[in-house]
Design a binder for this molecule. Structure first.
Ligand code: AMP
Ligand code: MG
Length: 318
């Protein structure tokens, strides 16, 4: 039986907050489906209401620039562009591309935004997905390779060596949005905030429920009921906690599980002995790129990569 399962609430802040309204203390919470995932933001403080509105406007803005599926996004304009024709990037797309390409290089191509042509083939959004044929994967693999992108940082333009090349920023945009929203929210008069964009978590301020001010972030047990945690990590103000896993989006076909993180060397879902990785870092954008890359690497390679970025890694097993 073919089945697609999309679990977006992977890790959740373990909190016991009660709503509290007074002139300088307001706790607001909002959830919307943007960036192809469930985005939840909680803010406590005097400006909480205006801050949360502005935060969601920002996420919509980022989605409009970076969406693979929106025909008018900068990503789509680039994907339809001719070879060697530089496309002017907006500031969101440019910031993501700069870091995404750096981590593509640092990970030896385990992270690669040009995986897009193969992601399209796997079509995880289809109601009845099935693995593409080996020959089609092989054909589309000739358009995969971040080395064929040319990013000009001084003018923020991107060009490609072949017209058929496309980019997919799905492995990095949620983390970027979490950083961007965190910065925006911090400019308001607030006490604390928790941003969770499909498992890309960022915390601002101190947890009022604990003497040490730390937040307790639970890591979802792969394939278990949502909210079952295999581990709880204490996190401080400003930290990002980002998880990627083969249990987040997948389908079963003829008894085999096919998940959404593809190995840019083969064009098939990555294979390793763990089911998920959680990265703790200052930048959610870096953590997002790293978590996707680490799902392609083996344990030792993943540990070595995150060390270069001063980040921590936690592996989850089935
Ligand atoms: P994440 O949930 O951040 O791990 O991102 C997974 C998404 O990134 C997938 O749904 C694809 O859109 C895209 N993707 C899949 N494999 C890769 C890869 N090896 N490098 C970069 N992006 C990828
Ligand atoms: Mg990612």
């Amino acid at each position: 039986m073919k089945k697609i399962i999309c679990l977006s609430l992977l890790i959740m802040i373990i909190l016991n907050l009660s709503a509290c309204f007074s002139s300088d203390k307001i706790l607001v919470e909002k959830t919307e489906f943007i960036l192809d995932t469930i985005c939840t933001i909680k803010i406590d403080g005097k400006d909480a209401e205006v801050a949360i509105e502005k935060a969601f406007e920002r996420i919509y803005d980022i989605s409009k620039s970076t969406s693979f599926y929106d025909d008018n996004s900068t990503v789509s304009v680039f994907n339809k562009a001719a070879a060697n024709h530089p496309i002017q990037l907006d500031r969101h797309t440019a910031d993501i591309i700069e870091t995404a390409l750096e981590i593509s290089k640092a990970s030896g191509g385990a992270f690669d935004p040009t995986i897009a042509r193969v992601v399209e083939l796997w079509d995880f959004k289809n109601e009845n997905p099935m693995p593409p044929s080996f020959d089609v994967i092989k054909e589309k693999m000739s358009f995969v390779g971040y080395e064929n992108l040319d990013y000009e940082n001084s003018v923020k333009t991107l060009s490609k060596a072949q017209e058929e090349i496309k980019i997919d920023l799905g492995g990095a945009a949620k983390g970027y949005a979490a950083d961007s929203v965190a910065e925006l929210i911090s400019s308001f008069d607030i006490n604390y905030a928790i941003i969770d964009l499909g498992g890309n978590i960022k915390v601002i301020g101190e947890n009022p429920k604990r003497d040490d001010g730390k937040w307790q972030v639970g890591i979802q047990t792969p394939f278990a009921e949502v909210g079952t945690y295999k581990e709880v990590i204490p996190v401080t103000d400003g930290k990002a906690v980002v998880t990627s896993g083969n249990y987040q989006r997948y389908f079963n076909y003829e008894g085999k599980l096919y998940h959404h993180i593809l190995d840019p060397e083969t064009g098939y879902p990555s294979e390793n002995d763990f089911s998920g990785v959680t990265i703790v870092a200052n930048s959610a954008l870096i953590a997002d790129c790293l978590s996707t890359a680490c799902m392609v690497l083996n344990k030792e390679e993943a540990e070595e990569l995150v060390k270069k970025y001063g980040a921590d890694i936690y592996f989850s097993y089935k």
